[in-house]
Ligand binder design. Structure first.
Ligand SMILES: [Zn+2]
Length: 247
C-alpha cells in the first residue's frame, strides 16, 4: 500500500518532524472547539478562549477549562499517539510539535513534546506570569496569584494571542532542516502553524499528510493519507521498522 518513493524517503531519512492537531485528539474522544456540544455550544469561542472573554467573565472561562481538563484526564491516547511515541525512539533526530493542549502525547510516552498552544493542565498568573501547576481548584473560588493577587489563568494560547516565540522559532528551524515532515490531523488553516508544512516543502523535505478530510495543503503534500491517524500511523510505523531494519 506504500509507494516506493515513500520507502526511499524513509530509508534515507535521519530527521523527522511531526506536527499534530485536533484530529488526533478527536480520535481519543476529545472534541474540537467547534463541535464541543452540549452546554458549551451556546457560547461563542471568543467568550471562552480569549483575553477579552477572560476579562469579562473569568469564572465562565475557568469552568470551561476545568470541564475540558477533566475530560482530557479521563481520555486515553489512541494507536496514533503510540505510533508517534515509537517513531521518536527510531529516528535519532526527531521532533514533535503539537497544537493540542490535552497532554495525550505525554500520556502515550512521548518524551519531548513541544506545545505550540500551551496545555490545559497548567495555569499561570494573568498579571505577573508566575506559573502554577496542578494547584488550581475552582470549587474553592477563582484562583488568585499568591504573589501579586492577580487572577491565575489556564496556560493555553487564546484567540488573539501570539504563540510562544521560543517554541515557534524551534519549530521553524526544525522544519527548514528536516528530511521527512508529517502533518497529522490538522486542518492547515490556522496560522502560523499552518505555514510549517509549506515551509517544509519549500525547504526540500518529503511531506506526508494524514487527515480523513482533504485540506488546503493536500495538493502540496508528497503523500496524503485519507485515514484516521490511529489507523494509518501504526502501518507507517511498521513500514519504518521494516525499511530501517532491512533497507
Ligand atoms: Zn501574579
Amino acid at each position: 500500500m506504500f509507494s516506493e518513493e515513500f520507502r526511499q524517503a524513509i530509508s534515507s531519512a535521519n530527521s523527522v518532524m511531526i506536527l499534530t492537531g485536533a484530529g488526533v485528539s478527536k480520535e481519543s474522544g476529545l472534541d474540537t472547539f467547534r463541535d464541543a456540544g452540549g452546554h458549551w455550544s451556546r457560547y461563542n469561542p471568543i467568550e471562552l478562549a480569549s483575553p477579552q472573554g477572560f476579562a469579562a467573565d473569568p469564572k465562565l472561562v475557568w469552568e470551561w477549562y476545568s470541564a475540558r481538563k477533566e475530560k482530557a484526564l479521563a481520555a486515553e491516547p489512541n494507536p496514533g499517539h503510540f505510533a508517534i511515541t515509537e517513531m521518536e525512539q527510531i529516528f535519532p533526530n526527531f521532533s514533535l510539535f503539537t497544537q493540542n493542549v490535552d497532554r495525550l502525547h505525554q500520556k502515550a510516552g512521548s518524551k519531548k513534546v513541544h506545545e505550540l498552544h500551551g496545555n490545559i493542565m497548567s495555569a499561570h498568573c494573568n498579571n505577573c506570569g508566575l506559573v502554577y501547576m496542578n494547584e488550581i481548584d475552582i470549587t474553592q473560588g477563582l484562583p488568585h496569584c499568591a504573589v501579586c493577587g492577580g487572577y491565575a489563568r489556564p496556560s493555553v494560547v487564546w484567540f488573539g494571542e501570539q504563540l510562544p516565540e521560543e517554541i515557534l522559532e524551534k519549530a521553524i528551524n526544525f522544519t527548514k532542516s528536516v528530511d521527512i515532515f508529517f502533518t497529522i490531523g490538522t486542518s492547515a488553516e490556522v496560522y502560523p502553524a499552518a505555514h510549517l508544512p509549506h515551509l517544509a516543502k519549500e525547504s526540500g523535505a518529503f511531506v506526508v499528510e494524514v487527515n480523513p478530510n482533504e485540506t488546503s495543503f493536500t495538493r502540496f503534500a508528497d503523500i496524503s493519507f485519507r485515514n484516521p491517524s490511529g489507523e494509518i500511523l501504526p502501518k507507517i510505523l511498521n513500514l519504518i521498522k521494516e525499511v530501517k531494519s532491512y533497507g
